[in-house]
Design a protein. Structure first.
Length: 155
């Protein structure tokens, strides 16, 4: 699994919506998400429309319009998002649980490469299914509070 720019932007936009999530009908304007995450507005519109079709976000039209999460952030996992935007979490299709395709190796059940890739997939899935948007937002808050290391200042 390789996260594309589209996948990264989707996660970054949803991070903003998770951090600003409220139980009321309040929304975040697309321009604000674009500005805060440095995402081109046109590309962001496409991504959010795609996430809307997946039932992850909802929109409100008009002057006071914008986007919000359709469900509480603790009920949306990174696995759900990435699978929708990118497809399988597996590094090779013959180990994918949701997008399986037969591989070309002579004996799939005894393929050492497939065996290792299955372990990789299992670990990716475990982390991403156990990480919600709430967890991601908490991690972002924690990282923002950490002092920067000296290496961050090297030009």
């Amino acid at each position: 699994m390789k996260l594309s720019v589209r996948g990264e932007y989707a996660l970054r936009a949803l991070l903003i919506l998770a951090r600003d999530f409220q139980e009321d009908d309040s929304v975040v304007r697309i321009q604000e998400i674009s500005d805060r995450q440095n995402i081109p507005k046109r590309f962001l519109e496409q991504i959010l429309n795609d996430l809307k079709s997946a039932g992850i976000v909802e929109s409100k039209r008009g002057v006071a319009g914008g986007y919000r999460l359709r469900r509480p952030p603790e009920r949306i996992t990174l696995a759900e998002i990435v699978r929708h935007v990118e497809g399988p979490l597996a590094p090779v299709s013959c180990v994918s649980e949701k997008f399986y395709e037969k591989c070309s190796c002579p004996d799939e059940s005894r393929c050492a490469i497939r065996s290792v890739m299955k372990e990789v997939r299992d670990n990716i899935v475990k982390v991403m299914e156990q990480t919600s948007l709430t967890d991601l937002a908490e991690r972002a808050r924690h990282l923002e509070q950490e002092p920067q290391s000296a290496a961050d200042f090297i030009i």
